[in-house]
Design a protein around this ligand. Structure first.
Ligand SMILES: Nc1ncnc2c1ncn2[C@@H]1O[C@H](COP(=O)(O)OP(=O)(O)O)[C@@H](O)[C@H]1O
Ligand SMILES: [Mg+2]
Length: 274
């Protein structure tokens, strides 16, 4: 099989457990998932269903109290955990995180350093990743996320910009790394409704422009339907349904998926389009 036709993400029977105060919490209870290059996959499911754990597992980014106790996870050609329990070496994980995967977190402010001017942290981050950028190139990257007067914005501190702008800066930094896989974990949850759709369309447009496979974790069913090609529904640490958005998010077969889609559709209100 050529590298192109191999799935960019392959997960088989993945089990993840957290050591928590009250004992062990099973966050992933046997997840199977394949993602092809160029897909835009939406992951939906209620809070606690394991979405973030799955996303972090793809980058080998789980916290120390989380154990992948069974199954396989590989992404962008790196086997994070093999079926025999062997895990990727530290240098393989570093390469995966630095060169192949980028994350956009829910809270943009959390991904920016409050003590450093935006332009400087952009430059430092890119240099650390072996892709130094000139101020002009940074301005270009900021313009690509529709930031006007990027030269002025570069001189600001994160607290001096709005949440929507901070998220667009985080997106610009993630895309500037030219990852193969971009994982956005509820990237608009903290934003106003008006800003949300702009941020989403930006992520989707940039991903398409730069051949980046997108995984997008969201509660926003209408938006996933509009922007993603395929959807996965998670419940209690399992993928209960997956397929094209127009089937899974419109006529789901699994009872839980049906309930979730109906609940979120009702909650989203009549104003949602599509
Ligand atoms: N850092 C953690 N320590 C202990 N348990 C955790 C931690 N993170 C998540 N969990 C548990 O794992 C399960 C899945 O969580 P998570 O992957 O964050 O779900 P989601 O992103 O869908 O809300 C939950 O039951 C949660 O309590
Ligand atoms: Mg989450």
């Amino acid at each position: 099989m050529s590298e192109q036709s191999e799935p960019i993400v392959a997960v088989d029977g993945l089990v993840a457990e957290y050591d928590a105060r009250g004992g062990v919490a099973v966050a992933l209870a046997g997840v199977d998932l394949r993602i092809s290059r160029g897909e835009r996959l939406g992951i939906v499911g209620e809070s606690g269903s394991g979405k973030t754990t799955l996303a972090l597992a793809l980058g080998g980014l789980l916290p120390g109290n989380c154990r992948l106790s069974s199954g396989v996870v590989s992404s962008c050609g790196t086997t994070v955990r093999a079926g025999d329990g062997r895990t990727a070496r530290a240098d393989e994980l570093r390469t995966l995180r630095r060169e192949k995967i980028a994350f956009i977190a829910q809270d943009p402010a959390a991904s920016l350093d409050p003590t450093t001017r935006i332009g400087r942290q952009f430059a430092v981050a890119m240099k650390a990743q072996g892709r130094p950028m000139t101020p002009d190139e940074i301005d270009e990257a900021l313009s690509a996320v529709r930031i006007e007067r990027p030269g002025e914005v570069r001189r600001l501190y994160p607290h001096q910009v709005s949440g929507g702008m901070a998220q667009r800066i985080a997106i610009a930094m993630a895309v500037a790394r030219r990852p193969q896989l971009l994982i956005a974990d509820e990237p608009t949850a903290a934003l106003d409704v008006e800003v949300r759709s702009e941020v989403l369309s930006l992520i989707v447009r940039l991903a398409a422009e730069h051949d980046i496979t997108l995984i997008w974790v969201s509660h926003d069913i209408p938006a996933v339907r509009r922007w993603c090609t395929r959807a996965v529904v998670m419940n209690d640490g399992r993928v209960v349904e997956q397929g094209p958005v127009d089937r899974v998010l419109v006529e789901p077969e699994h009872p839980y998926a049906r309930e979730l889609v109906n609940a979120l559709r009702a909650g989203a209100g009549a104003g949602e389009q599509r």
